[in-house]
Design a protein around this ligand. Structure first.
Ligand SMILES: [Zn+2]
Length: 442
């Protein structure tokens, strides 16, 4: 069975409709192409639930309450060092027109997401905190600080007996990553802003008490994740396999959601990495393709097809250079034949999931490599050739697909194609003097 159908069936068996599928991302740097795979996998699951006749919503959330804990390569260190440790949604953007640094990277990622024709709901952790939606979870975590310390200890992380699972925004310097909470009296927490708590930010030494509620601070990630599962009523959230290894944040979350919050974790599977040219990408090091670049390499349906045809539990490698893009189109054409022959076959299901529309799919497509060849010949009418090749008029789906292939063939020729795929016809006739016989012959 196609992997997304298997997961959809499991969700329907174990959880109550309407279903809520989640992915979260920290907007602390330019999103890279690796995030696109996880985005698309979750999108397939939310869409799969609809194909199975169930109501579902896809949420792509922004962890914008996280402190700034690294300097992405596109920011100026002299300007941004002073903001290290502040919540990302309070750090100014590098360009006008954005409310914050988080908003700036979020807007970049949303461009890529919309290019891929995906339209999720977009919650933000800053809003969950500021609106008070997380207040009850904060109270439970602080009341049960001793239990949370014991859970951390079970994973080999020993905190001193005054450690509390919370960090407030310092009233003096505005930093969050530098504060250490030492007491909770049921209404306020006591905190110190520590000069040396972390290596990436320096606290100011301020001490005080304040309410932990309504955006005044945040839970540490390992406690925040299960708190968010609870308040967002998540049914599914998978993620990169680095979050699912032994003693990972997922293991902490599973314990904390049950023992402290009295709930259960959403269903969720680890996803293998998305490698570009055999390499793992990193936002913090500025390595690899950005999500925006990746979103423009293939048409949305083809990009979904490329990701969906490989199970999330297998590594996916993408080398955009050379012939790999024409080969993905060829693979799609074969899968399209499988879809028309047997729509319930695994390959047929991949095509249906990639299509994500009620409109009919094309029966005829012109091979991508042929499109790239023909568009370099200026006097050729490619549609006429398509009609001749099909032996009939093109349907609107076929006509649309041809237009998309022409556009992406031009893109491919100007980016990743080898020189051998390109040729330029002489724009004008060379100036030669013809004899009368030659002119008649021509
Ligand atoms: Zn401070």
């Amino acid at each position: 069975m196609f992997w997304a159908d298997t997961i959809a069936n499991e969700i329907i068996t174990k959880r109550q409709a309407p279903y809520r599928v989640f992915d979260w991302w920290t907007p602390s740097g330019m999103p890279h192409a690796g995030h696109v795979r996880t985005l698309l996998i979750h999108n397939a699951i939310a869409y799969g639930l609809k194909l199975h006749g169930q109501a579902s919503t896809y949420f792509y959330g922004w962890d914008d309450m996280d402190p700034m804990d690294g300097l992405p390569p596109d920011l100026d260190a002299a300007t941004y060092n002073q903001y290290m440790g502040m919540p990302l949604y309070k750090v100014p953007a590098p360009k006008p027109g954005f409310a914050s640094l988080a908003d700036y990277y979020t807007a970049k990622y949303l461009e890529a997401i919309e290019t891929l024709e995906i339209y999720p709901e977009v919650p933000k952790t800053s809003e969950l905190y500021e609106s008070g939606q997380l207040n009850s979870m904060i109270a439970l975590a602080l009341d049960d600080a001793a239990k949370i310390r014991a859970i951390y200890a079970d994973f080999g992380v020993i905190h001193s007996s005054d450690w509390h699972p919370f960090q407030v925004v310092c009233d003096n310097c505005g930093k969050l990553g530098t504060t250490y909470v030492t007491d909770w009296d049921g209404e306020t927490v006591a905190y110190r802003c520590m000069p040396n708590l972390v290596t990436w930010a320096q606290g100011c030494g301020h001490e005080g008490r304040k309410s932990p509620y309504n955006g005044n601070g945040k839970l540490p990630w390992k406690v925040e994740w299960p708190a968010v599962w609870m308040v967002m009523e998540e049914d599914y959230e998978g993620g990169g396999k680095d979050h699912f290894t032994r003693n990972s944040s997922r293991d902490y979350g599973r314990r904390i959601v049950r023992d402290v919050f009295g709930g259960e974790e959403p269903i969720g599977y680890p996803h293998e990495f998305f490698l570009i040219g055999g390499k793992k990408m990193s936002s913090s090091k500025g390595l690899g393709l950005t999500a925006n670049d990746a979103a423009h390499i293939l048409p949305p349906r083809l990009m979904r097809f490329f990701v969906y045809r490989i199970s999330p539990q297998r590594q996916l490698n993408f080398t955009p250079e050379g012939d790999s893009i024409p080969l993905i189109f060829d693979e799609f054409d074969r899968a399209l034949t499988a879809y028309h022959t047997d729509p319930e076959s695994d390959l047929g299901r991949v095509v249906l999931y990639a299509h994500q529309s009620d409109s009919p799919l094309p029966q005829y497509t012109m091979r991508f490599s042929k499109v790239t060849f023909l568009i370099q010949m200026p006097h050729i009418n490619i549609r006429e050739i398509a009609v001749r090749e099909k032996g009939d008029a093109l349907t609107s789906a076929e006509d649309e697909e041809l237009a998309v292939r022409i556009e992406y063939a031009r893109r491919w020729l100007s980016t990743y194609a080898d020189e051998s795929a390109k040729f330029t016809l002489q724009p004008d006739m060379p100036t030669v003097t013809l004899t009368h016989e030659q002119a008649v012959y021509l």
